[in-house]
Design a protein around this ligand. Sequence first.
Ligand code: CTP
Ligand code: MG
Length: 208
Amino acid sequence: MVDASFVPAFPVQALWLMLPAYVSNMVPVVLAKVFPRWNAPLDGGRAREDGTRLLGDGKTWRGLIGGAIIGAVVAVLQAAIPWDGKTDFGLTRYGAWWAPVVLGFALGLGALVGDAVKSYFKRKSGRPRGTPWVGPDQLDFVVGSLVFAVCAGILIDVATGVAVTDGWAWQWLIVMWWIPLFLVLATPAMHWIVNVIGYKLGLKQVPW
Ligand code: CTP
Ligand code: MG
């Protein structure tokens, strides 16, 4: 059974858990600035019959892989903060040092996969790259990272011999259902603020 007393109070714990995904979600924009030539698109340039791209040039391997790696790095740094075990997502108590690596990688990868799935439906519905799609544009990465976090959590539980219903993913994201619900509701507001800042700094072409 996961002991909830080791974590900071809600909603800090929820935001702490999501931090790798928040950082990962910003990574592709920065990498696009730093490595403009590494621009191989996820869809390989493939188009539908009507000529529109499956995902478009805005979804690259650079962004996907970079986001996943940085997600893992952020989670490892978070877990390494020595504060009564309160910063490790309740994971390293399992005795598996690699658990934050897996969770952070999953949060980052899930964020960018969610973003790419969003773009698939965005293109399919006739919205060109970079046009706003209020709702999906803000929710894509949080839903993606939460789905991947549940999968990663179950993987960690199984690998460390913890019964799934006593395990990390189940206790944090299903029994404590208000954690994912809060993240889904609060993230679009924060995402919007971050994008406006990115636009003002000239990192993004558009304020969404
Ligand atoms: N980016 C990337 N690889 C990804 C995701 C994003 O390289 N997997 C970079 C691209 O340079 C992209 C920018 O980050 O233009 C902003 O990301 P986003 O807003 O998600 O992409 P858009 O270009 O707006 O495309 P879409 O309309 O499909 O959201
Ligand atoms: Mg966009």
